[in-house]
Design a protein around this ligand. Structure first.
Ligand SMILES: Cc1cc2nc3c(=O)[nH]c(=O)nc-3n(C[C@H](O)[C@H](O)[C@H](O)COP(=O)(O)O)c2cc1C
Length: 367
């Protein structure tokens, strides 16, 4: 409720500045005495029906924070208080890099969307490792999303992913391999079979060398054809990935109403939802949930999250919803999800996963 009062003020600021203000507030409140307990009591929502497990990880609910919100890994404690079951930090690059020049993040309020061309602004893996070690709370699961530096040629991308993996996997519960950001030139070419196989082979090799190997998940783009998605899923399954994250932001711009619709970058939020769901459904049809799909894109309400789950997602993540709905979004979604499951006679999230996967014969609509 409070957020409705603050939001007009925040929306007067440049979008990236507003993000900095909000996250500074999150960080400060999570470090004050007593306040964290109060915040958690107000925002967190526990229900055993929401528990989800995969790859040996137990999530209190299916809802997490998508990569990009906490690039520096210094918001994990604060986001835990708001009722998310997991936070995916990053994308982290090996060396620090500033990303693209600003302005580079735009609100599209009429479409409940964002366009960003941040371009992997990252403090680098050493700083992120330090932040992860400094975490106080271990109540949420932390994924680390890894990528490559902009100035590393694509032929040497594997070296960047490998370096970041070695530095951060031991500090993470799972590692997400980001091959799908539209803002690092050429990155999406890692969806091509040979390049992807080489990348995953190396990461799996390094993973097997760890005392406790981590689940490795692959984050895919919504802009590939369905045939390409199939190829990616096959390569991922053969390599032994633990989950697929569908999807990253899109370069598509159909049907937008906002003035800033033609800004360059990746589009997220409501206009991405159907497309993300189509990719979720496609992957689920191929894997039947093993490995699972983490659905991302346009989740602003419990209904959105439920629709992704029914299409085939084991879990969901969000970013843009935080901007439009505010910090109560996790509570609203988890509470609404628990109600929807009960209403429809499901004892758990997993029972609802994929029940609509065969529905809408129109899976092969695009591409
Ligand atoms: C400002 C911004 C920055 C993002 N940065 C990253 C990133 O660094 N790595 C990544 O894998 N995805 C990144 N994403 C994509 C989100 O993780 C998510 O896949 C996408 O926004 C769709 O979800 P949403 O509609 O809930 O925002 C970013 C999204 C936004 C809006």
């Amino acid at each position: 409720m409070l957020y409705h009062l603050i939001r007009p003020l925040l929306f007067r600021l440049d979008a990236e500045r507003a993000h900095d203000v909000v996250t500074a507030m999150f960080r400060a409140t999570s470090r004050m005495p007593l306040l964290p307990r109060l915040i958690s009591a107000l925002y967190a929502w526990d229900d055993p029906a929401l528990m989800v497990e995969w790859a040996g990880l137990r999530f209190a609910s299916p809802l997490g924070v998508a990569a990009g919100f906490d690039k520096r890994a210094d918001l994990v404690d604060a986001l835990a208080l708001l009722g998310f079951s997991h936070v995916e930090v990053g994308t982290v690059t090996p060396r620090p890099q500033p990303g693209n020049p600003g302005p580079r993040l735009f609100r599209l309020p009429e479409d409940m969307a964002l366009i960003n061309r941040l371009g992997f602004n990252s403090p680098g893996m050493v700083a992120v490792a330090k932040a992860l070690r400094a975490r106080r709370s271990h109540r949420v699961i932390v994924g680390v999303n890894i990528g490559k530096n902009r100035d590393t040629p694509l032929e040497r991308a594997v070296e960047d992913y490998a370096a970041t993996f070695v530095a951060l996997a031991p500090l993470a519960d799972y590692v997400a391999v980001n091959i799908s950001s539209p803002n690092t030139p050429g990155l999406r070419r890692l969806h091509e079979r040979a390049a992807l196989e080489e990348l995953l082979r190396e990461l799996m090799r390094l993973n097997h060398g760890l005392l406790y190997p981590r689940p490795i998940v692959l984050k895919v783009s919504p802009d590939e054809t369905l045939d390409q998605i199939e190829e990616v899923v096959r390569a991922g399954c053969e390599a032994g990935v633990a989950a697929f994250i569908a999807t990253n932001t899109t370069l598509a711009r159909e049907g937008l109403r906002s003035r800033l619709a033609n800004e360059t970058g990746g589009l997220s939020g409501r206009p991405l939802a159907l497309r993300a769901r189509q990719v979720i459904r496609t992957i689920y049809r191929l894997t039947r949930g093993t490995p699972p799909v983490i659905g991302v894109g346009g989740v602003l309400t419990a209904d959105d999250a439920y629709a992704h789950i029914r299409a085939g997602a084991h879990m969901v993540q969000l970013y843009t919803g935080m901007v439009y709905v505010g910090p109560a979004i996790a509570r609203e979604i988890t509470c609404g999800l628990a109600q929807a499951l009960r209403r429809d006679g499901f004892a758990s999230v997993t029972q609802a996963t994929g029940v609509d996967a065969e529905w809408e014969g129109a899976t092969r609509q695009w591409g």
